[in-house]
Every structure is written in structure tokens, then in C-alpha cells.
Design a protein around this ligand. Structure first.
Ligand code: ADP
Ligand code: MG
Length: 514
């Protein structure tokens, strides 16, 4: 076999032998990461290309991660080894889809060595090679390595060999990218499941944006009506971010008295104001390495807006009554249910702060715009949760109740539905939630007598509730009898003529039970 003969490493024959061996090896390998790692080891052992790294362009093509080294797949360093396309030598090789050779690395070359593999080495004496890895002609990653400058006779030849290797590993890098995408997707899926229920396109878009922005420190502004899940989303972004091990401190800017907001956020020195008996660290100080979630940011008093803007711009602040400047390293997520643009026009909110916060806006759609499927997913999730918490065994929501839940316009959004289902779970005697377990606001919405019918509005409310109860009974009976009107009537102790009359009166779509 070729690889059993000792051949001088720099001969064309040896290089061809290495390529042949890599080709053969890859054709039998399944695990992309370990195969790539093995190839890097061979490059080092047989040809003297040290500290080889395979770098991957992520799926969104907005980030490059030094993913695989000869030692395998790094776990902890992964966060450090991230580049933007175009950044560093590797980023440039990928962005321009051309090989790069540096005869000795000088600081001005833009060499970042985020992998940290070359710490303590004399970079000026290293020859550095970086070749793009292509898949179907497109750069999807890079292969980089170095060797002592004194060993390099034919750098063009080196780049040619490495490009050939890059060509062979292209499909493996592509596979690894797909695996990464799957892992990232699963991570997001596991983190969001239960907490951010909903699979409508509008909610999928929100989750995608959240997953995307989580990886970077950009500030996020979450907008949306009250009860749409802005708080849930903020926590989710934190949990998906590299800061997940750090604190996530929430401040409701509208709930703290104006005079105390400043000291809550930035802390105070002893004696800064009456009642400041001791020095106290503020939220920004305590959230080092983590996230500050500023809820109801529109309620922030003007003086505090100014200080917050400074934190965003310079990362610096002082405690109230103090002169020591503290550097903040917290990531900021803000939320509001107000139209801040209107507040800016009215002079209540600083426009510069708004633009600084609004780098990455995410809008939480109101529940009524998410569609019936999402409403049902949420209702089911809440039924399951409250049933469990109350030690009940509620297993389903009946059809009339589903109709009422999905027809309602939910001004209080998800929070309102949460409350409605909790109430229904308390009311339910058996294992089914019926329409009459839902609050009157949903009942009236479903069947309303036309004006003129019934005397006073109180009478009408009563008549409507009776009507809704009738609708519910008839719908259930029709469902149980697969839309057979005679059988349904018999079950309810009604005449056939009576049930036909009620079906027509209430506009019940009996055909759908057939
Ligand atoms: N998509 C969702 N899936 C499950 N629960 C949700 C969802 N959105 C919101 N909730 C729940 O609804 C309530 C209101 O959410 P919250 O984040 O406080 O809304 P907001 O901050 O927009 O007023 C919370 O109890 C939260 O757990
Ligand atoms: Mg909230």
C-alpha cells in the first residue's frame, strides 16, 4: 500500500500519495468532524502543516466559526473563535473565495488568531496559508495552517496542495454545516418548546430572529401589545445567548417610583439621598456577564433616559452620588407596548436613545393575528399545565368551546387566554372544558341577539348565554351522532322539528360533523 512506503515528504509523489489517501479515507468516513480532524493531523504529520483549522461559514452566512482543529472539535473556545465574513485572514479568504499566503505574519495583515493556537509563537517566522473550501463552487469554509517560513520553498505549490485537500473535504464541510444547522435548530427548538408556544409563520419568524440575535451582544427592542409574550421572549434570547450562565435581571421601568429608577439601575453611594444608608449596587453592576431586561422602557423618566443612552454609547456609568466610573458589560434587551415614535414626537422619549435601542427590533404579533392553530396550541398547552397544577385530569376542550376560543379577538393576548383557561380549569367538573366554563366575554362574542330582540341589555345578556348553552348542547350532540339530526334530537329529548329550527336559528354548521 502507498502509505506503508517511507517517501520523502516534499516530493510530488508524497503529496499525491497523501491526496490519494485522504480521498480513500473520506470515502469511508461517516462522522464529518472526526474525519476532518484526522485529515488535519495527516497534514501536520506527513507534510508539516501545523495548527491546521477548518473553519465553517454558518448557514446564515453571517458568521464564521473555527470549528475543527487537529485535536478535534473545540467546545469552550467556540465562542472566541468566531469571525464575521471578511474579518481576519480567514474571513477574507472566504469572502473573496481566494487562497491567501502570508510570508511571516505582521500585525497589519489583520491576523486575529482567535483560535489561540499560535500564542507565544514568533509570528514573523511563520508562513501562514489559508485556502477557501468550496461546495458547488461557493466558499463555505476555509482550511488554514502554518509552517516555519524557513521550510517554504514553493508557496504556490503549498497553496495548490492545500487547495486540493480543500476540494476533497468540501462535501464534508458542507455536511458539517448541515449538522450545525440541525444542532442549532434543535437547541432553539428545545429552548422554545413549552415557553413560546406557537407555530404560525409570524411566531416562527419571531423565534428565528431571536435565535439569530441571541449569539451577539446587540441590543434588542421588543415591541408588542401587552400579554403577547415580550417578557418570555427576552428571557429566551438570554437563554440562547453565550451569556446564559450569567444573570438576567428584569426591571419594570413603569413599576418603580420615578425617584428610585435611577438608583435601581445604576446603584447609589452611601448618603446619596435620604434613606441611602449604605452603598448599593444597581442592576447594571449586578448584571455583569449577563443581560439587563428593561421592560416598559417608554416609562423611563427623561434624566434616566440620558444616563441609559450613555451606558449604551460608552458602556460607562456612575452610581448615584458617586464619582467612580464603572464599566458595564451587560447586554440590554428593552420592551415596550407603546408607540415610542409617538412619544418621541411628543417629546417624552429621546430619539437618540430610541435609535440606539432599536438596532434590532422584534415585534410580537397580537394573538388574534397568529391564527386559529396557534390559539389551539396555546389553549391545549395551558389546559395541560393547569390541569396538572390543579391535580385534575382534563383531557380536552369541546368543539363549542374551541369555536369560542378561536373566534374571540383576545385584546389581552396570551396572558388573557392563560387566565381564561385557568378559570375554565377551575370550573370544569369532569375531564372536558365546555363552552359554559368560559367567561361571559367569550360567550357574548359568539352568539349575539340582534338589536331589537329582547328588552333590556341585561335580558339580552341572559338570552345570549342561554342561546350559547343551547348551541353547545346541540353541537356536542351532533358531533357524537356524526351529524345525524334525528339521533341528536333524540339524545337531547327534542323533536326533530325543534332541532332543525334551532340549527337554522343559530346557524350551526351541522354538515361538518358528518
Ligand atoms: N407563546 C407563548 N407560549 C406560552 N406562554 C406564553 C406565550 N406568550 C406569553 N405567554 C405567557 O403569557 C403571559 C404573558 O407573557 P409576558 O411575556 O409577560 O407578556 P408581555 O411582557 O408582552 O406583557 C406569561 O404568563 C407568559 O408565560
Ligand atoms: Mg411583560
Amino acid at each position: 500500500m502507498l502509505d506503508t512506503f517511507p517517501v520523502p515528504s516534499n516530493t510530488a509523489c508524497a503529496r499525491l500519495g497523501l491526496l490519494a489517501r485522504i480521498g480513500r479515507f473520506l470515502s469511508t468516513e461517516d462522522d464529518a468532524a472526526s474525519a476532518l480532524s484526522e485529515v488535519l493531523r495527516w497534514l501536520d504529520r506527513d507534510q508539516g502543516y501545523a495548527r491546521g483549522v477548518v473553519t465553517l461559514l454558518n448557514d446564515a452566512e453571517d458568521e464564521i466559526a473555527a470549528d475543527i482543529t487537529a485535536a478535534g472539535v473545540p467546545t469552550d473556545t467556540g465562542i472566541l473563535m468566531r469571525y464575521r465574513p471578511g474579518e481576519g485572514i480567514t474571513g477574507r479568504a472566504i469572502a473573496t473565495n481566494t487562497p491567501i499566503y502570508l510570508a511571516g505574519v505582521k500585525p497589519k495583515d489583520g491576523f486575529l488568531d482567535r483560535s489561540g493556537l499560535r500564542q507565544g509563537l514568533d509570528l514573523a517566522r511563520l508562513a501562514f496559508f489559508c485556502v477557501p473550501i468550496q461546495y458547488r463552487g461557493k466558499a463555505v469554509g476555509a482550511l488554514s495552517a502554518d509552517r516555519p517560513l524557513s521550510d517554504v520553498g514553493d508557496p504556490e505549490g503549498d497553496l495548490r496542495l492545500l487547495s486540493e485537500v480543500a476540494y476533497l473535504v468540501g462535501p464534508f464541510v458542507q455536511r458539517r454545516r448541515l449538522e450545525d444547522r440541525l444542532e442549532a435548530y434543535q437547541r432553539v427548538h428545545v429552548a422554545t418548546f413549552d415557553r413560546l408556544v406557537g407555530r404560525s409563520p409570524a411566531m416562527e419568524a419571531v423565534t428565528r430572529l431571536a435565535a439569530k440575535v441571541a449569539g451577539v451582544d446587540t441590543s434588542v427592542l421588543i415591541t408588542g401589545e401587552t400579554g403577547t409574550g415580550k417578557g418570555v421572549l427576552a428571557q429566551l434570547i438570554h437563554d440562547l445567548s453565550p451569556r446564559r450562565a450569567g444573570p438576567c435581571i428584569e426591571v419594570n421601568c413603569g413599576a418603580i417610583p420615578e425617584s428610585l429608577v435611577e438608583s435601581e439601575l445604576f446603584g447609589h453611594e452611601k448618603g446619596a439621598f435620604t434613606g441611602a444608608a449604605a452603598r448599593r449596587a444597581g442592576v447594571f453592576e449586578r448584571a455583569q456577564g449577563g443581560t439587563v431586561f428593561l421592560d416598559e422602557i417608554g416609562e423611563l423618566p427623561p434624566a434616566v433616559q440620558t444616563r441609559l443612552l450613555r451606558v449604551l454609547q460608552t458602556k460607562r456609568f456612575e452610581r448615584v452620588g458617586g464619582s467612580e466610573t464603572i464599566v458595564s458589560d451587560a447586554r440590554i434587551i428593552a420592551a415596550t407596548n407603546r408607540h415610542l415614535e409617538g412619544d418621541i414626537v411628543a417629546g417624552r422619549f429621546r430619539s437618540d436613545l430610541y435609535y440606539r435601542l432599536n438596532v434590532f427590533p422584534i415585534h410580537m404579533p397580537p394573538l388574534r393575528e397568529r391564527g386559529k392553530a396557534d390559539m389551539m396550541l396555546l389553549a391545549d398547552a395551558f389546559v395541560e399545565r393547569f390541569s396538572r397544577e390543579m391535580g385534575k385530569t382534563i383531557v380536552r376542550i369541546d368543539t363549542p368551546a374551541i369555536d369560542m376560543l378561536t373566534a374571540y379577538h383576545w385584546p389581552g393576548n396570551v396572558r388573557e387566554m392563560e387566565n381564561v383557561i385557568e378559570r375554565a380549569a377551575v370550573m370544569a367538573e369532569g375531564d372536558v372544558i365546555h363552552g359554559h366554563h368560559l367567561p361571559p366575554s367569550l360567550q357574548l362574542n359568539r352568539y349575539q341577539t340582534k338589536p331589537g330582540q329582547g328588552a333590556s341589555s341585561e335580558d339580552r345578556g341572559f338570552a345570549d348565554r342561554v342561546a350559547n348553552f343551547e348551541i353547545e348542547l346541540i353541537t356536542e350532540a351532533l358531533k357524537d351522532t356524526s351529524g345525524n339530526q334525528s339521533q341528536a334530537a333524540k339524545r337531547l329529548g327534542l323533536s326533530k322539528r325543534m332541532i332543525q329550527y334551532k340549527i337554522r336559528l343559530y346557524g350551526i354548521d351541522w354538515q361538518r360533523f358528518k
